[in-house]
Design a protein around this ligand. Sequence first.
Ligand SMILES: Nc1nc2c(ncn2[C@@H]2O[C@H](COP(=O)(O)OP(=O)(O)OP(=O)(O)O)[C@@H](O)[C@H]2O)c(=O)[nH]1
Ligand SMILES: [Mg+2]
Length: 443
Amino acid sequence: MATTQSGGRKPGNSTRHVGAVDGVKGRAGRILLKAADNGTYETAKEQETAVLVSVPPRRQSEAQTTEYLDELAFLIETAGATATKRFVQRLEKPDIRTYVGEGKLAEIKAYVQHEGTSMVVFDDDLSPSQLRNLEAELLVKIVDRSLLILDIFALRAKSATSRTQVELAQYQYLLPRLTGLWTHLDKQRGGVGMKGPGETEIETDRRIVRDRIAFLKEKLEDLDKQSHTQRKARGGTIRVALVGYTNVGKSTLMNVLGKAEVFAENKLFATVDATTRKVVLDNTPFLLSDTVGFIRKLPTKLIESFKSTLDEIREADLLLHVVDISHPNFEEQIQVVNDTLGDIGAADKPMLLVFNKIDQYKPDDAEQDPFGEVLDAEDDGTAPRPPLAQLQATYMAKLHDPVVFVSAQERTNLDELRELLGKRVVALHHQRFPYQANTWASE
Ligand SMILES: Nc1nc2c(ncn2[C@@H]2O[C@H](COP(=O)(O)OP(=O)(O)OP(=O)(O)O)[C@@H](O)[C@H]2O)c(=O)[nH]1
Ligand SMILES: [Mg+2]
């Protein structure tokens, strides 16, 4: 594994930006864990370590900050490294030069050098100049949120389409960052057997990257035409898409509803490729698609390049919005999903809210039966966790729509979900195809 050691860079591949080496070769490459020359990915022999850094606004609660850092740690773990330390600095906004202030930067540097940490991970996107300054100062791999998410997507993407989509997003991320990343290294290098790239080489690389972006866009258009034709062929059937925050249990639900074998794992972005299965409820067949999960601060370039995967959502007749009720931030996650649906032009779709993982849900009084009485919550800055019955009533009143509480894993209340889903599908079917019988005969 090409790990950049603390305090010094390995000659060779680390003189370029972390994404560049695999990128210029022209395939969606891993960034944190480097691909071997033969194109296979090494399993980490020695785990990479990461320091997490966040600059929350002053008004953000302590609990919220911890939640966000927990999520970042989870992302890092999913990418194959371990978070060993967290640095938080409350600022009105991040420092324009180095994201954190001077004092905090010195603190981080001291820690990284002492511990030999392999990378520093930032819970936001860094500007090209911040990235350059931080690399020059900390002398280890600098990873921002987009780079990290792109890396996980590169790890997960399996189909030709999703691999092309990830690769496109990686190049788009890389392009504006090519310049700075080279120049500061030039200054540091000082000629000890490390002949650095000059401006001409940067220009050449930029051109290669631009060409590659154009090529990938074309390739995606072709792939898109094919999948559009495929989707059109399914024209006479109601389409339902599972949507939701990452790791809420969409694939698990797909497996139990669609009797499919979809990869589900307690890691973020287990699913990057959309999968579709035919399901029959109330004698009405429909197509159920499992889709990629959303996350806060999802890189916009990634959303754009994932257009054809997201078409699965845009073209659906009904969305099954899965929520992990046991997550302390589930309400914000609902909001992130709704906002992202808005961004991709799928905000006004009929939706059924499915609250999953009720087996893991603990109301504030853990002794209490989850469907029991309301109790006062302790004020520790986190939202109170009322009993499920109360939550259900609140959401049903708010949405004027039934909501279902299930455990996909424990198979709890799935009949209720099937009944509700079946009714919606039959209604949509009659609406869409008024002259068509809703039986297998029509298929
Ligand atoms: N306790 C509990 N765990 C569940 C339940 N449903 C799913 N899980 C677990 O949650 C984790 C994530 O499940 P997935 O089905 O992969 O979630 P996903 O929404 O498809 O995630 P991404 O594809 O990463 O967006 C897995 O470890 C599942 O076993 C549930 O009802 N209860
Ligand atoms: Mg999944």
